[in-house]
Write a protein that binds this ligand. Structure first.
Ligand code: MRU
Length: 356
């Protein structure tokens, strides 16, 4: 790695070509010091890219997986006897095993499965139809993120100081992000902001990715260690905390990057409003209690040997949950593409999604 950062980058997720094309991703594990793209030409490469966080963030992994299903048709019938629809179904099932927490992955794959089910014999044109659906998932997310930005910006005053955690920006979505879309939209509206970006241990999505996105946009940004957020709220004026989400239950419990829950508790203690910005694809209304959200456990090496640099005895036990659950009671508002849900409870969420 070099010490410099990259100042301009291609879109995080791109499909290149037509249905026989491929998926191009920015390898987010290398940012911000290297901006390298990887071309995924088969399903296994997409699975690996999701698992290893080369593409990450709840909406982004759903979009990438949808394109991954399209890739499964390249070899269908050529190298094995599967019909195209069987190959696509198998690919969807396989991609669903990459990461368990973000429901957007399953939401996107269900959309692809629905289309596959409508073509059980793999009728002609299936590849084009699957690509069109993947592109629609991509575009839907872009529009939802823009709407989240508009809805959330109404909550933020000119001159506000905001704390965010992990990366819920353009890299994590089709464009603009969820939590960061609120901030980018404020900036588009001429509001001045100052953002504290939690570094987000163990993989530093905040220091590496959020700080990169914010500074690229010229938004004054201060990176802090996760453990400093309480001190910042105690000693400086903070207007709001805004984070993204990986899964939100019917009662409003929110799974997001590990450390979010602690931030919400501290925000409550200091009377700082805690907002969660997420598209409807992040809601899992089949679950009520956040305790039922599957929490991904990741490689211990991420904690004790980040980037191959060991910082603790190799024989020590490690616990590495990638997400935690913030109870609805700590969430002041849920910002979606439809508006703002506040107060957050089962009734208000049901009402929010009842509208056509
Ligand atoms: O492990 P990651 O980097 O995929 O975790 C990402 C987050 O927790 C984000 O906050 C969440 O997915 C929302 S992205 C708009």
């Amino acid at each position: 790695m070099t010490n410099s950062t990259i100042s301009a980058a291609p879109a995080a997720i791109q499909w290149i070509g037509e249905s026989d094309g491929f998926l191009r991703l920015i390898d987010q594990t290398l940012l911000p010091t290297q901006c390298v793209t990887i071309d995924c030409r088969n399903v296994e490469m997409v699975w690996e890219a999701i698992k290893m966080l080369r593409v990450r963030g709840a909406p982004a992994i759903g979009i990438a997986a949808a394109y991954g299903v399209v890739l499964s048709l390249h070899d269908a019938g050529r190298h094995h006897s599967d019909s195209p629809s069987a190959a696509a179904r198998t690919a969807a099932d396989y991609l669903a095993t990459s990461r368990p927490t973000a429901v957007n992955l399953f939401w996107a794959l269900d959309r692809m499965r629905y289309l596959i089910a409508a073509h059980p014999q793999g009728q002609a044109g299936l590849a084009e139809k699957l690509l069109a659906e993947a592109r629609a998932i991509h575009e839907d997310d872009r529009l939802m993120c823009r709407a989240i930005g508009r809805n959330g910006a109404e909550l933020i005053r000119d001159g506000a100081t905001i704390i965010t955690h992990c990366n819920a920006g353009g890299l994590a979505t089709a464009e603009y992000g969820t939590a960061l879309s609120v901030l980018f939209t404020c900036q588009d509206q001429g509001k001045q902001l100052h953002v504290y970006a939690d570094e987000t241990r163990p993989l530093w999505q905040g220091a590496r990715l959020t700080a990169w996105e914010l500074t690229q946009r010229g938004i004054p940004t201060t990176v802090i260690c996760d453990s400093m957020a309480a001190h910042v709220m105690q000693t400086r004026s903070v207007d709001a905390v805004i984070v993204g989400a990986d899964r939100i239950t019917a009662r409003g419990d929110v799974a997001n990057k590990i450390g979010t829950y602690a931030l919400a508790v501290v925000a409550k203690h200091h009377g700082v409003p805690f907002y969660v910005a997420a598209p409807s694809s992040t809601f899992d209304l089949s679950l009520v209690d956040g305790a039922d959200i599957p929490i991904e456990q990741r490689d211990p090496a991420e904690v004790i040997a980040p980037y191959g640099h060991r910082i603790a005895p190799s024989e020590v036990e490690v616990y590495n949950p990638a997400f935690d659950v913030t109870p609805a009671e700590l969430v002041c508002g849920l910002i979606t593409e439809r508006g703002v849900i506040s107060p957050v409870n089962r009734e208000s969420i049901a009402e929010h999604f009842k509208q056509p």
